[in-house]
Design a protein around this ligand. Structure first.
Ligand SMILES: [Zn+2]
Length: 142
């Protein structure tokens, strides 16, 4: 099981640090139960733009197995995520950054757990009710 990977998010971005990991899904504490199998490659890179904005570039990819909610068979699913998360210092900044087109913001404290961040992004991206496509499911005409 992966442990926590805590960083100071502000310094992580200012210093343009990066972190990456390739792990079986069973290694992620909050993903282990979502998937039947698979592995994920995750990369988080800090970035400071010239105007002082700090952001995390999050890339996550891999092939995983979900459980079809219609036939309960295995369903292979491709995770392919590219996200930019801006760091907000306070509530007002969070609202302002979130309102920009194609922008997502988080308001981290002094510490941020990168494993948890990656898990959140993966969980948010999953289909609400995973199901095989019509014709590929072993249960038909339900
Ligand atoms: Zn199915």
């Amino acid at each position: 099981m992966l442990g926590t990977v805590e960083v100071d998010p502000w310094r992580f971005c200012r210093d343009a640090q990066s972190w990456e990991i390739r792990s079986d899904v069973a290694g992620f504490p909050r993903l282990a139960h979502e998937f039947t199998q698979g592995a994920l490659f995750c990369r988080v890179a800090g970035r400071a733009d010239p105007r002082g904005g700090l952001s995390l570039q999050v890339s996550i990819g891999g092939e995983v197995g979900l459980t079809c909610q219609r036939c309960l068979g295995s369903l292979s699913y491709t995770v392919g995520l590219e996200r930019t998360l801006y760091l907000a210092r306070n509530e007002a900044e969070l609202e302002r950054l979130d309102a920009l087109p194609d922008s997502d913001a988080i308001q981290p404290g002094e510490r941020l757990d990168l494993v948890e961040l990656v898990e959140d992004e993966v969980l948010l991206s999953l289909p609400l009710v995973p199901m095989h496509a019509e014709g590929e499911c072993s249960l038909r005409g339900v």
